[in-house]
Design a binder for this molecule. Structure first.
Ligand code: SAH
Length: 341
């Protein structure tokens, strides 16, 4: 094994699927190394087993099975951050429109066209939650949209909402793994992943699958939580930064984080083009204080108390998201690219 940084940051590591058993490769040496795994609240290097992957996936599925109804009751159908003007004072009632704005800003950033002849006709929503983005995008472009999630409760609810909104013939949802998507190569002209990448234990496999299902010329949009880029003289995050991320990982069923620069390297390694990224951390700053405020409302508290332990544990780490953003260790990133024609 080559030297590893035992940190929440897997930033010098890229995954590759050269072998049937996935391994991590050092960017510098391209030698196989073992993947960083978080175990018992710490990050350390251990062999990756199918059992580890199964455990993570089961945890994610159960977390969203349990918590999605509560989220929908309080926040509605979008399970992602809102996009705000930096420094804006916002009312609670502004948050749903801010979530729509997040979708719209992402499309603008990626230059997705509204030209009737060139607009997306076939979209995949990878990590679709209860399908808020999928339905929005399908309606906006008149496109077919397939959503995938690990949570059976989410898939069922997403489909029910589609039927209720008259979109049943256009959008469909299923339980499937983003790292092994049930779609043929080149199927979609817009590949959308809104705040699901942070759950993916193998970032190369994740972006490889996004690229595989993208049609030639398709746009890929990844909006995700990253840790800050490392400085040239740094090998890992600082211990106090790792501690914050570790606790968030435990609460939200996340594997090791990576940086925006890591994503860019991965996309470059797949020869994707027009790669662009931006840090929208300032634009999402009002979000978590608002979520916490709503969780502390009567409706929020009673809903939380009626939920399960996984939801409560998630709620308990929400203040750490604010701390992580304020300390600059968490970055809210958009990364977009195109598949070559
Ligand atoms: N994009 C949605 C939901 C974000 S919540 C929205 O903006 O509303 C994160 C979603 O990622 C959940 O639906 C979860 O099931 C999904 N997810 C996490 N890991 C996944 C995986 N390996 N395969 C498919 N979906 C996954």
């Amino acid at each position: 094994m080559t030297s590893l940084h035992c940190s929440a940051c897997a930033s010098t590591l890229l995954t590759t699927s050269l072998t049937r058993q996935r391994r991590l490769f050092s960017v510098r040496t391209r030698q196989p190394v073992q993947r960083l795994r978080r175990t018992g609240g710490a990050i350390r290097a251990t062999a990756v087993t199918a059992e580890d992957d199964m455990k993570l996936k089961k945890g994610i599925a159960e977390f969203y099975d349990e918590s999605s109804g509560i989220w929908e009751n309080i926040w509605g159908e979008h399970m992602h951050h809102g996009f705000y003007e930096p420094g804006a004072v916002v009312e609670i009632s502004d948050h749903r429109s801010a979530q729509i704005r997040m979708i719209e800003q992402s499309l603008v950033f990626a230059s997705v066209t509204e030209d009737p002849l060139k607009k997306p006709k076939s979209i995949v929503d990878v990590g679709c939650g209860i399908g808020g983005s999928a339905r929005y995008l399908s309606r906006k472009y008149g496109a077919e949209c397939c959503g995938i999630t690990l949570s059976p409760v989410q898939a069922e609810r997403a489909q029910a909402l589609a039927a209720a909104q008259g979109l049943a013939s256009k959008v469909s949802f299923q339980v499937a793994d983003a790292l092994n998507q049930p779609f043929p190569d080149g199927k979609f002209d817009l590949v959308w992943s809104m705040e699901s990448g942070e759950h993916m234990p193998d970032k190369l496999k994740f972006v490889s699958e996004l690229a595989r299902v993208a049609a030639p010329g398709a746009t890929i949009i990844i909006v995700t939580w990253c840790h800050r880029d490392l400085l040239p003289n740094e090998k890992s995050l600082r211990p106090e930064e790792k501690r914050i991320l570790d606790k968030i990982c435990d609460g939200f069923y996340l594997p090791a984080w990576c940086s925006t620069a890591d994503y860019i390297k991965l996309l470059e390694s797949l020869s994707l083009k027009d790669i662009k990224a931006a840090d929208w951390s300032d634009n999402v700053a009002p979000f978590w204080p608002a979520v916490i405020k709503s969780a502390l409302s009567w409706n929020g508290l009673t809903s939380l108390l009626q939920s399960g332990w996984k939801t409560i544990r998630g709620a308990l780490v929400m203040p750490l998201m604010i701390e992580g953003f304020q300390k600059g260790v968490i970055k809210f990133s958009i990364i977009t690219c195109k598949k070559p024609e």
